[in-house]
Ligand binder design. Structure first.
Ligand code: PLP
Length: 396
Protein backbone atom coordinates (compact mmCIF):
# COMPACT_ATOMS: atom_id res chain seq x y z
CA UNK A 1 0.00 0.00 0.00
CA UNK A 2 1.13 3.58 -0.56
CA UNK A 3 1.26 6.09 2.30
CA UNK A 4 -1.82 7.83 0.87
CA UNK A 5 -3.77 4.54 0.83
CA UNK A 6 -2.73 3.67 4.39
CA UNK A 7 -3.62 7.19 5.52
CA UNK A 8 -7.10 7.00 3.95
CA UNK A 9 -7.82 3.63 5.52
CA UNK A 10 -6.46 4.66 8.95
CA UNK A 11 -8.41 7.94 8.93
CA UNK A 12 -11.63 6.11 8.11
CA UNK A 13 -11.32 3.29 10.66
CA UNK A 14 -9.10 4.45 13.54
CA UNK A 15 -10.15 6.95 16.23
CA UNK A 16 -8.12 10.07 15.65
CA UNK A 17 -6.06 10.26 18.86
CA UNK A 18 -2.73 10.71 17.08
CA UNK A 19 -3.60 13.39 14.51
CA UNK A 20 -2.21 13.60 11.00
CA UNK A 21 1.13 11.94 10.35
CA UNK A 22 3.50 12.63 7.49
CA UNK A 23 4.87 9.16 6.77
CA UNK A 24 4.06 5.48 7.18
CA UNK A 25 6.99 3.32 8.31
CA UNK A 26 6.99 -0.20 6.92
CA UNK A 27 10.46 -1.57 7.64
CA UNK A 28 13.32 -1.02 10.08
CA UNK A 29 16.89 -2.17 10.58
CA UNK A 30 19.26 -0.85 13.23
CA UNK A 31 19.04 2.94 13.31
CA UNK A 32 17.20 3.19 9.97
CA UNK A 33 13.58 2.84 8.84
CA UNK A 34 11.94 2.91 5.41
CA UNK A 35 8.59 4.40 4.47
CA UNK A 36 5.93 2.86 2.25
CA UNK A 37 7.53 4.48 -0.81
CA UNK A 38 10.96 3.02 0.01
CA UNK A 39 12.54 6.25 1.29
CA UNK A 40 15.19 5.68 3.99
CA UNK A 41 15.30 7.66 7.25
CA UNK A 42 17.73 7.88 10.16
CA UNK A 43 15.52 7.33 13.18
CA UNK A 44 16.38 9.60 16.12
CA UNK A 45 13.04 8.92 17.85
CA UNK A 46 13.25 5.10 18.07
CA UNK A 47 9.59 4.50 18.86
CA UNK A 48 9.96 7.24 21.52
CA UNK A 49 12.90 5.81 23.47
CA UNK A 50 11.73 2.25 22.82
CA UNK A 51 13.90 0.64 20.12
CA UNK A 52 17.07 0.84 22.24
CA UNK A 53 18.61 -2.22 20.53
CA UNK A 54 17.72 -0.77 17.13
CA UNK A 55 14.99 -1.92 14.77
CA UNK A 56 14.59 -5.68 14.29
CA UNK A 57 17.75 -6.63 16.17
CA UNK A 58 18.54 -10.20 14.98
CA UNK A 59 18.65 -11.56 18.55
CA UNK A 60 15.19 -10.16 19.32
CA UNK A 61 13.79 -11.35 15.98
CA UNK A 62 15.19 -14.85 16.52
CA UNK A 63 13.84 -15.03 20.06
CA UNK A 64 10.36 -13.99 18.88
CA UNK A 65 10.35 -16.45 15.96
CA UNK A 66 11.60 -19.35 18.09
CA UNK A 67 9.08 -18.64 20.87
CA UNK A 68 6.20 -18.12 18.40
CA UNK A 69 6.86 -21.62 17.03
CA UNK A 70 6.68 -23.08 20.55
CA UNK A 71 4.03 -21.14 22.51
CA UNK A 72 2.66 -17.66 21.94
CA UNK A 73 0.33 -17.22 24.87
CA UNK A 74 -0.70 -19.02 27.99
CA UNK A 75 -2.44 -17.73 31.10
CA UNK A 76 -0.70 -16.80 34.33
CA UNK A 77 -2.72 -19.65 35.81
CA UNK A 78 0.37 -21.67 34.78
CA UNK A 79 4.11 -21.17 35.18
CA UNK A 80 5.78 -19.53 32.16
CA UNK A 81 9.47 -20.30 31.63
CA UNK A 82 10.48 -17.17 29.63
CA UNK A 83 8.74 -15.02 32.29
CA UNK A 84 10.69 -16.69 35.12
CA UNK A 85 13.96 -16.32 33.16
CA UNK A 86 13.33 -12.63 32.45
CA UNK A 87 12.45 -11.92 36.08
CA UNK A 88 15.64 -13.69 37.26
CA UNK A 89 17.80 -11.64 34.87
CA UNK A 90 16.14 -8.34 35.83
CA UNK A 91 16.66 -9.10 39.51
CA UNK A 92 20.31 -10.03 38.90
CA UNK A 93 21.04 -6.67 37.30
CA UNK A 94 18.99 -4.37 39.56
CA UNK A 95 18.42 -3.40 43.20
CA UNK A 96 15.09 -5.24 43.25
CA UNK A 97 14.06 -8.74 44.38
CA UNK A 98 10.76 -9.31 42.57
CA UNK A 99 8.93 -8.37 39.33
CA UNK A 100 5.30 -7.91 38.30
CA UNK A 101 4.78 -8.01 34.53
CA UNK A 102 2.17 -6.07 32.58
CA UNK A 103 1.88 -4.58 29.09
CA UNK A 104 2.73 -0.88 29.21
CA UNK A 105 4.21 1.96 31.19
CA UNK A 106 0.82 3.14 32.42
CA UNK A 107 0.03 -0.33 33.73
CA UNK A 108 3.42 -0.60 35.44
CA UNK A 109 2.66 2.71 37.20
CA UNK A 110 -0.87 1.54 38.11
CA UNK A 111 0.72 -1.51 39.72
CA UNK A 112 3.20 0.69 41.59
CA UNK A 113 0.43 2.97 42.87
CA UNK A 114 -1.68 0.02 44.03
CA UNK A 115 1.30 -1.62 45.73
CA UNK A 116 2.49 1.58 47.45
CA UNK A 117 -0.99 2.11 48.91
CA UNK A 118 -1.53 -1.48 50.03
CA UNK A 119 1.96 -1.82 51.50
CA UNK A 120 1.63 1.48 53.40
CA UNK A 121 -1.86 0.72 54.73
CA UNK A 122 -0.73 -2.71 55.92
CA UNK A 123 2.67 -1.73 57.28
CA UNK A 124 2.63 1.96 58.20
CA UNK A 125 -0.91 3.26 58.93
CA UNK A 126 -4.43 2.61 57.62
CA UNK A 127 -4.78 6.37 56.84
CA UNK A 128 -2.09 6.24 54.11
CA UNK A 129 -3.23 6.78 50.53
CA UNK A 130 -1.87 10.06 49.17
CA UNK A 131 0.79 10.05 46.47
CA UNK A 132 2.85 13.11 45.62
CA UNK A 133 3.99 13.53 42.02
CA UNK A 134 5.68 16.38 40.17
CA UNK A 135 4.33 19.14 37.97
CA UNK A 136 5.34 18.51 34.33
CA UNK A 137 5.56 14.77 35.02
CA UNK A 138 4.16 12.09 32.74
CA UNK A 139 3.01 8.73 34.05
CA UNK A 140 0.53 7.37 31.49
CA UNK A 141 -2.99 7.62 30.08
CA UNK A 142 -5.20 5.43 32.25
CA UNK A 143 -7.49 7.45 34.57
CA UNK A 144 -5.21 7.01 37.59
CA UNK A 145 -1.96 7.56 35.73
CA UNK A 146 -3.21 10.72 34.00
CA UNK A 147 -4.20 11.86 37.48
CA UNK A 148 -0.64 11.09 38.62
CA UNK A 149 0.61 13.08 35.62
CA UNK A 150 1.17 16.64 36.83
CA UNK A 151 0.02 18.34 33.62
CA UNK A 152 -3.53 19.79 33.66
CA UNK A 153 -3.76 19.63 29.84
CA UNK A 154 -4.02 15.82 30.07
CA UNK A 155 -6.83 16.03 32.66
CA UNK A 156 -9.08 18.36 30.69
CA UNK A 157 -12.41 16.80 29.77
CA UNK A 158 -11.81 13.62 31.75
CA UNK A 159 -12.72 14.95 35.21
CA UNK A 160 -13.32 13.88 37.94
CA UNK A 161 -9.75 12.71 38.41
CA UNK A 162 -8.82 9.84 40.76
CA UNK A 163 -8.59 11.00 44.37
CA UNK A 164 -5.37 10.93 46.39
CA UNK A 165 -2.80 12.82 44.31
CA UNK A 166 -0.90 16.04 45.02
CA UNK A 167 1.60 17.86 42.78
CA UNK A 168 4.69 19.90 43.55
CA UNK A 169 7.25 21.54 41.23
CA UNK A 170 10.07 19.24 40.01
CA UNK A 171 13.47 19.88 41.61
CA UNK A 172 11.92 21.71 44.60
CA UNK A 173 12.73 19.67 47.69
CA UNK A 174 11.24 22.23 50.09
CA UNK A 175 7.85 22.17 48.30
CA UNK A 176 7.94 18.38 48.43
CA UNK A 177 8.69 18.28 52.16
CA UNK A 178 5.91 20.80 52.83
CA UNK A 179 3.41 18.71 50.85
CA UNK A 180 3.92 15.53 52.92
CA UNK A 181 1.07 14.87 55.39
CA UNK A 182 0.15 11.99 57.71
CA UNK A 183 -1.83 10.55 54.79
CA UNK A 184 1.08 10.51 52.34
CA UNK A 185 2.20 7.03 51.37
CA UNK A 186 4.49 7.56 48.38
CA UNK A 187 6.43 9.92 46.15
CA UNK A 188 6.54 9.11 42.46
CA UNK A 189 9.11 10.78 40.22
CA UNK A 190 10.90 10.35 36.88
CA UNK A 191 14.70 10.64 37.42
CA UNK A 192 14.69 12.92 34.35
CA UNK A 193 11.30 14.27 33.26
CA UNK A 194 10.99 13.09 29.68
CA UNK A 195 7.59 14.01 28.16
CA UNK A 196 7.56 17.13 30.34
CA UNK A 197 10.51 18.56 28.37
CA UNK A 198 13.71 16.61 29.22
CA UNK A 199 13.90 18.37 32.59
CA UNK A 200 17.03 17.54 34.58
CA UNK A 201 16.86 17.22 38.37
CA UNK A 202 18.95 19.70 40.32
CA UNK A 203 21.99 18.17 42.02
CA UNK A 204 21.17 15.92 44.99
CA UNK A 205 17.42 16.26 44.37
CA UNK A 206 16.82 12.51 44.06
CA UNK A 207 19.10 11.82 47.03
CA UNK A 208 17.09 14.44 48.96
CA UNK A 209 13.84 12.65 48.08
CA UNK A 210 15.37 9.33 49.18
CA UNK A 211 16.27 10.75 52.56
CA UNK A 212 12.81 12.37 52.95
CA UNK A 213 11.16 9.00 52.19
CA UNK A 214 13.41 7.28 54.74
CA UNK A 215 12.63 9.85 57.42
CA UNK A 216 8.85 9.84 56.81
CA UNK A 217 8.46 6.14 55.98
CA UNK A 218 7.26 6.81 52.42
CA UNK A 219 7.59 4.55 49.41
CA UNK A 220 9.83 6.01 46.71
CA UNK A 221 8.69 5.12 43.18
CA UNK A 222 10.95 5.87 40.22
CA UNK A 223 9.07 5.93 36.93
CA UNK A 224 11.82 4.69 34.61
CA UNK A 225 9.51 3.89 31.71
CA UNK A 226 11.59 6.17 29.49
CA UNK A 227 14.95 6.19 31.30
CA UNK A 228 15.63 2.48 31.95
CA UNK A 229 17.39 -0.01 29.66
CA UNK A 230 20.56 1.96 29.11
CA UNK A 231 19.23 5.23 27.75
CA UNK A 232 20.94 7.47 30.30
CA UNK A 233 24.29 5.69 30.11
CA UNK A 234 23.66 3.04 32.79
CA UNK A 235 21.20 0.16 32.59
CA UNK A 236 18.85 2.05 34.96
CA UNK A 237 18.49 5.77 35.52
CA UNK A 238 18.72 5.34 39.30
CA UNK A 239 22.32 4.13 38.86
CA UNK A 240 23.23 7.36 37.08
CA UNK A 241 22.10 9.35 40.13
CA UNK A 242 23.31 6.85 42.75
CA UNK A 243 19.90 6.66 44.43
CA UNK A 244 17.86 3.47 44.85
CA UNK A 245 14.07 3.69 44.84
CA UNK A 246 11.75 1.22 46.60
CA UNK A 247 9.77 0.56 43.42
CA UNK A 248 10.82 1.02 39.81
CA UNK A 249 8.56 0.92 36.75
CA UNK A 250 9.67 0.15 33.23
CA UNK A 251 8.17 -0.46 29.79
CA UNK A 252 9.15 1.04 26.41
CA UNK A 253 12.66 -0.36 25.68
CA UNK A 254 12.22 -3.39 27.93
CA UNK A 255 10.69 -5.52 25.16
CA UNK A 256 13.06 -4.58 22.34
CA UNK A 257 9.91 -3.38 20.55
CA UNK A 258 7.46 -5.92 21.98
CA UNK A 259 4.81 -4.50 24.35
CA UNK A 260 5.76 -5.24 27.95
CA UNK A 261 5.77 -3.34 31.23
CA UNK A 262 7.31 -4.30 34.54
CA UNK A 263 7.20 -3.10 38.12
CA UNK A 264 10.04 -4.20 40.38
CA UNK A 265 10.50 -3.89 44.13
CA UNK A 266 12.13 -5.35 47.23
CA UNK A 267 10.80 -8.54 48.86
CA UNK A 268 9.30 -6.91 51.97
CA UNK A 269 7.19 -4.53 49.82
CA UNK A 270 6.29 -7.16 47.20
CA UNK A 271 4.68 -9.25 49.96
CA UNK A 272 1.69 -6.89 50.00
CA UNK A 273 0.59 -8.12 46.56
CA UNK A 274 -0.96 -11.48 47.33
CA UNK A 275 -2.78 -13.95 45.01
CA UNK A 276 -5.82 -12.28 43.50
CA UNK A 277 -4.79 -8.72 44.45
CA UNK A 278 -3.40 -7.84 41.00
CA UNK A 279 -3.20 -9.52 37.59
CA UNK A 280 -2.98 -9.09 33.84
CA UNK A 281 -4.04 -11.54 31.09
CA UNK A 282 -1.12 -10.76 28.81
CA UNK A 283 1.31 -9.63 31.55
CA UNK A 284 4.55 -11.59 31.18
CA UNK A 285 3.30 -13.63 28.22
CA UNK A 286 5.85 -16.08 26.72
CA UNK A 287 6.28 -14.18 23.45
CA UNK A 288 7.02 -10.74 24.92
CA UNK A 289 9.19 -12.14 27.73
CA UNK A 290 11.35 -13.98 25.18
CA UNK A 291 11.73 -10.75 23.22
CA UNK A 292 12.52 -8.79 26.41
CA UNK A 293 15.12 -11.29 27.62
CA UNK A 294 16.87 -11.20 24.24
CA UNK A 295 16.76 -7.40 24.26
CA UNK A 296 18.06 -7.09 27.84
CA UNK A 297 20.92 -9.52 27.16
CA UNK A 298 21.76 -7.61 23.97
CA UNK A 299 21.85 -4.29 25.85
CA UNK A 300 24.24 -5.80 28.38
CA UNK A 301 26.40 -7.87 25.97
CA UNK A 302 26.76 -5.08 23.40
CA UNK A 303 27.51 -2.54 26.19
CA UNK A 304 24.79 -0.23 24.92
CA UNK A 305 24.63 1.88 28.11
CA UNK A 306 28.34 2.67 27.67
CA UNK A 307 27.69 3.47 24.01
CA UNK A 308 24.81 5.77 25.03
CA UNK A 309 27.23 7.60 27.32
CA UNK A 310 29.89 8.01 24.63
CA UNK A 311 27.72 8.81 21.63
CA UNK A 312 25.36 10.85 23.82
CA UNK A 313 28.27 13.06 24.93
CA UNK A 314 29.30 13.47 21.27
CA UNK A 315 25.74 14.39 20.19
CA UNK A 316 25.43 16.82 23.09
CA UNK A 317 28.72 18.51 22.14
CA UNK A 318 27.62 18.83 18.48
CA UNK A 319 24.23 20.26 19.47
CA UNK A 320 25.87 22.70 21.88
CA UNK A 321 28.16 23.88 19.11
CA UNK A 322 25.04 24.50 16.99
CA UNK A 323 23.69 26.57 19.90
CA UNK A 324 26.67 28.91 19.63
CA UNK A 325 25.80 29.40 15.93
CA UNK A 326 22.00 29.70 16.10
CA UNK A 327 20.33 32.05 18.56
CA UNK A 328 17.08 30.15 17.97
CA UNK A 329 18.46 27.41 20.28
CA UNK A 330 17.72 28.31 23.88
CA UNK A 331 19.21 25.30 25.68
CA UNK A 332 20.53 21.80 25.09
CA UNK A 333 20.14 19.42 28.05
CA UNK A 334 19.88 15.74 28.89
CA UNK A 335 21.89 12.67 29.74
CA UNK A 336 23.17 9.77 27.64
CA UNK A 337 20.94 9.46 24.59
CA UNK A 338 17.95 11.33 26.02
CA UNK A 339 18.56 14.90 24.94
CA UNK A 340 16.31 17.92 24.58
CA UNK A 341 17.07 20.97 22.44
CA UNK A 342 14.81 23.81 23.49
CA UNK A 343 14.10 26.43 20.83
CA UNK A 344 12.89 30.02 21.07
CA UNK A 345 10.42 29.21 18.31
CA UNK A 346 7.97 26.41 17.53
CA UNK A 347 9.76 23.12 16.78
CA UNK A 348 7.26 21.73 14.25
CA UNK A 349 8.95 23.36 11.27
CA UNK A 350 12.40 21.98 12.10
CA UNK A 351 10.97 18.48 12.63
CA UNK A 352 9.22 18.61 9.26
CA UNK A 353 12.30 19.96 7.42
CA UNK A 354 14.47 17.20 8.92
CA UNK A 355 11.86 14.57 8.06
CA UNK A 356 11.92 15.69 4.42
CA UNK A 357 15.72 15.39 4.50
CA UNK A 358 15.55 11.84 5.91
CA UNK A 359 16.03 12.42 9.65
CA UNK A 360 13.25 11.57 12.09
CA UNK A 361 13.04 13.85 15.13
CA UNK A 362 10.24 14.58 17.55
CA UNK A 363 9.00 17.74 19.24
CA UNK A 364 7.78 17.72 22.85
CA UNK A 365 5.25 20.44 23.64
CA UNK A 366 5.69 23.28 21.20
CA UNK A 367 9.42 23.94 21.21
CA UNK A 368 11.59 21.14 22.63
CA UNK A 369 13.20 18.82 20.09
CA UNK A 370 13.72 15.37 21.61
CA UNK A 371 16.63 13.15 20.62
CA UNK A 372 16.04 9.54 21.70
CA UNK A 373 17.81 7.46 19.03
CA UNK A 374 18.49 3.72 19.27
CA UNK A 375 21.43 3.09 21.60
CA UNK A 376 23.23 1.24 18.79
CA UNK A 377 24.06 4.48 16.95
CA UNK A 378 27.68 5.50 16.42
CA UNK A 379 29.37 8.89 15.97
CA UNK A 380 28.91 8.42 12.20
CA UNK A 381 25.13 8.49 12.66
CA UNK A 382 25.49 11.74 14.62
CA UNK A 383 27.71 13.13 11.85
CA UNK A 384 24.96 12.21 9.39
CA UNK A 385 22.25 13.92 11.46
CA UNK A 386 24.00 17.17 12.44
CA UNK A 387 24.27 18.72 8.93
CA UNK A 388 20.56 18.00 8.39
CA UNK A 389 19.67 19.74 11.66
CA UNK A 390 22.08 22.59 10.87
CA UNK A 391 20.50 23.16 7.49
CA UNK A 392 17.00 23.02 9.03
CA UNK A 393 18.01 25.58 11.67
CA UNK A 394 19.52 27.85 8.99
CA UNK A 395 16.16 27.86 7.18
CA UNK A 396 14.16 28.80 10.30
N1 PLP B 1 5.88 7.00 32.22
C1 PLP B 1 6.73 7.68 31.47
C2 PLP B 1 7.91 8.37 32.11
C3 PLP B 1 6.55 7.76 30.08
O1 PLP B 1 7.41 8.46 29.32
C4 PLP B 1 5.44 7.10 29.50
C5 PLP B 1 5.19 7.18 28.06
O2 PLP B 1 5.67 8.02 27.35
C6 PLP B 1 4.58 6.39 30.34
C7 PLP B 1 4.83 6.35 31.69
C8 PLP B 1 3.40 5.66 29.77
O3 PLP B 1 3.84 4.52 29.09
P1 PLP B 1 2.86 3.76 28.08
O4 PLP B 1 2.61 4.66 26.93
O5 PLP B 1 3.62 2.51 27.71
O6 PLP B 1 1.62 3.45 28.84
Amino acid sequence: MTTAEIKDMASKYIINTYGERSISIVRGEGAYVWDAEGKKYLDFVAGIATNNVGHCHPRVVEAIVAQARKLIHVSNLYYIEPQARLAKRLVEVSFADKCFFCNSGAEANEAAIKLARKYSKENVAESKFEIITMLKSFHGRTMTTITATGQPKYHKGFEPMSPGFKYVPFSDLKALEDAVTDNTCAIMVEPIQAEGGINMPIEDYLAGIRSLCDRKNLVLIFDEVQTAMGRLGKLFGYEVFGVEPDIITMAKALGGGAPIGCMMTKDHIAESLTPGSHASTFGGNPLVCSAALASLNTIIDEKLPENAQLVGAYLMEKLRSLKSKFSVIKEVRGRGLLIGMELNVEGKELVSKCMKAGLILNCIGSSIIRFAPPLVISQQHVDEAIPVIESGLADL
